[in-house]
Design a protein around this ligand. Structure first.
Ligand code: NAD
Length: 336
């Protein structure tokens, strides 16, 4: 039976729209945003968009979508995910799960209650769907690279332009740190690659630099995994690139059988570097792929790729690193 899909939040949500528009399983799309210009743009561009709303509540009541993408600002994930689950929708939620543990727990609990009614709640942790990380994960799972010893994953960002366009990112109301809001990508990907629980986290953060921001804008965190692997994650919003808006992601991994530096991999026994292709503008494509996979999980009634609990584990690890700097000691991530 054809599905009705909805999206709330038409910034990043436009990449989910691409997949719903393409999908043979979706014949009807409804959109919600506070910004009428964004709504009209996508209604005009995509024939499957049948109605647009300024109120999520009204859209859920009238349309009863089968699927909902929640791509609103971070601090709205809890009320919006809860509302969509209560309305009976399968939900795909962008990162971070939430900006604090309490909201994160509430979303997981709402997801558990919805799962008992047959609904799915998946996280759109898009890094896991990028061909670069898919390839590395395959090499780890196949045993080619052995076990992870150490990962460095940094995100060096110039946020001036983005925060001018979308001021909620730097608002006290959103209450997000750079690590929870953005570094969560790196935290999630190192958890994904190591594949073991985080045993302890330690981080230092600061608010140096000119940008007005209510929390730490630069954080260096260390994660200690069960089994001994270590990951180092640094995120900063205060890098002033020549062209505002740039993000440089730095990746390096040492394993028991090889090493990855940037997108070059060397495996023991082969005296050479091989290239793992990296996409320069990957968010539209990984978001499209993960949305298709979410639709397929619903249609085929199988588990979603990234269950909401994974989102909680990444959030709890990032929050532990943020707090540890204040408390001056390593902290274990909070349990659900
Ligand atoms: N790579 C990624 O996975 C990635 C990239 C960018 C953003 N994000 C996440 O996506 C979310 C949205 O970020 P963005 O950059 O698209 O922000 P944005 O500000 O560009 O878009 C958010 C949209 O939500 C709308 N909105 C706000 N409150 C609403 C409400 N109550 N009801 C309906 N619509 C509402 C706004 O009008 C806006 O159009 C955030 O959680 C962000 O962290 C993820």
């Amino acid at each position: 039976m054809p599905l009705k899909a909805g999206i709330v939040g038409m910034g990043l949500g436009r990449h989910h729209l691409t997949a719903y528009a393409e999908s043979c399983h979706v014949d009807h799309i409804v959109l919600c945003d506070l910004d009428p210009a964004r709504l009209e743009t996508y209604k005009a561009q995509v024939p499957k968009v049948k109605a647009v709303y300024k109120s999520l509540e009204e859209m859920l009541q009238r349309e009863k979508p089968d699927l909902m993408s929640v791509t609103t600002p971070d601090h709205l994930h809890r009320p919006h995910a809860e509302a969509c689950l209560a309305a009976g929708c399968h939900v795909l939620l962008t990162k971070p799960l939430a900006t604090n543990i309490e909201d994160g727990r509430a979303i997981v609990r709402a997801g558990e209650a919805a799962a008992a009614r047959g609904q799915k709640l998946g996280m759109a942790h898009e890094r896991r769907f990028r061909p670069f990380f898919v390839k590395i994960k395959e090499m780890l799972d196949s045993g080619e690279l052995g076990e992870v010893i150490h990962i460095r994953s940094d995100s060096i960002q110039d946020k001036r332009e983005q925060f001018r366009r979308a001021p909620w990112y730097a608002s006290p109301e959103a209450g997000r740190s750079a690590l929870v809001g953005s570094g969560i990508h790196q935290v999630d990907v190192v958890r994904f690659l190591v594949g073991r629980p985080v045993a302890g986290a330690f981080g230092y953060g600061n608010r140096l630099g000119g940008m007005t921001f209510p929390a730490d804008k630069t954080t260096s965190a260390l994660f200690r995994f069960e089994g001994g692997a270590i990951a180092s994650v640094t995120v900063t919003y205060e890098a002033h690139w020549p062209k505002a808006g740039a993000i440089e992601d730095i990746f390096r991994m040492v394993t028991t059988k090889g090493v990855i530096v940037g997108n070059q991999v060397s495996v023991d026994g082969r005296d050479e570097w091989r290239t793992i292709p990296k996409d320069d503008n990957p968010i539209p494509e990984s978001s499209r792929v993960l949305t298709h996979r979410f639709i397929d999980a619903v249609v085929e009634n199988r588990a979603v790729d990234v269950p909401v609990y994974e989102g909680f584990l990444s959030l709890a690890a990032a929050v532990a690193a943020d707090r540890s700097g204040v408390e001056g000691r390593e902290l274990a991530p909070e349990a659900l």
